[in-house]
Design a binder for this molecule. Structure first.
Ligand SMILES: C[S@@+](CC[C@H](N)C(=O)[O-])C[C@H]1O[C@@H](n2cnc3c(N)ncnc32)[C@H](O)[C@@H]1O
Length: 236
């Protein structure tokens, strides 16, 4: 879908995005996120959380960091970022565990960023890449900005390969997601888009090829929960 429409959708659902996520995944996304976070060593100094949305992923990454670090959350939806800023203020004021971590949110398109070459030790993108119109360009841009041996961690939904699982998943995508999403956010169109975008997203083999073709070396591909969610771990 075109960037403009995606931006409009996320601006529209921002207030209830986190809550809707929890319910439409029946809470499983929390388990996926824990698995994702365990792949972060915590010693990184410059981190980019691309498509950070309401900052859910950004704040969780901040919680993993052990040293002084600069963490940037980038998103092109101003409404999602507004919530992210409020949440990060609360996080930073409630914790004395991560005094050296600075979090900055910027409204920008992740496909065109002006950070220097070789800048980031770690780039994360959680449930974001599926929504990016020029995906390959964004992954190449991440490569340019990543330091030598810098890491790229992507988590994204997939349409499962198994035909039997697909039957259940189709029901879930077509009826459950859009109805629960609509009930919570009042926006049925947005959740129909989200369901369709999961179906349209390339399978893990194809998407791994895109990552490799951008220069990255893939270290791990971890499918979870019957292949409906996958973590991609790559190194420059
Ligand atoms: C599903 S949300 C993910 C939010 C967050 N990472 C999380 O863990 O919940 C996807 C986000 O990607 C953003 N997005 C999509 N395409 C983008 C682009 N080209 N540049 C910046 N943000 C983009 C949307 O605005 C939206 O906030």
């Amino acid at each position: 879908m075109k960037d403009k429409k995606v931006k409009k959708i996320f601006n529209n659902i921002s207030l209830r995005y986190d809550l809707a996520n929890f319910f439409i995944s029946f809470g499983i996304e929390r388990y996926w996120r824990v698995k994702f976070l365990k792949m972060i060593s915590g010693s990184e100094k410059r981190i980019l959380d691309a498509c950070c949305g309401t900052g859910y992923s950004t704040i969780a990454v901040a919680g993993r960091l052990k040293n002084e670090a600069a963490l940037y959350g980038i998103d092109f939806s101003s409404e999602m970022l507004e919530i992210a800023r409020l949440k990060s203020k609360k996080f930073l004021s409630n914790t004395n565990k991560h005094p050296g971590v600075r979090i900055r949110f910027q409204e920008n398109d992740v496909t065109y960023l002006d950070f220097n070459n070789n800048y980031f030790d770690l780039i994360t993108i959680v449930f974001g890449i599926r929504n990016v119109e020029y995906r390959e360009k964004a992954i190449k841009e991440f490569y340019r900005m990543s330091s030598e041996k810098g890491k790229l961690l992507i988590m994204e939904f997939n349409y499962p390969k198994n035909k039997f699982i697909r039957k259940f998943y189709d029901f879930y995508l077509n009826y459950v997601i859009s109805n629960i999403g609509a009930m919570i956010t009042g926006n049925k169109k947005a959740y129909s888009y989200l369901a369709q975008s999961i179906k349209n997203f390339p399978d893990p083999d194809k998407f791994s090829r895109t990552i490799k073709e951008s220069g990255w070396k893939i270290l791990k591909v971890c499918p979870m929960t019957f292949g409906i969610c996958t973590i991609y771990y790559a190194e420059k």
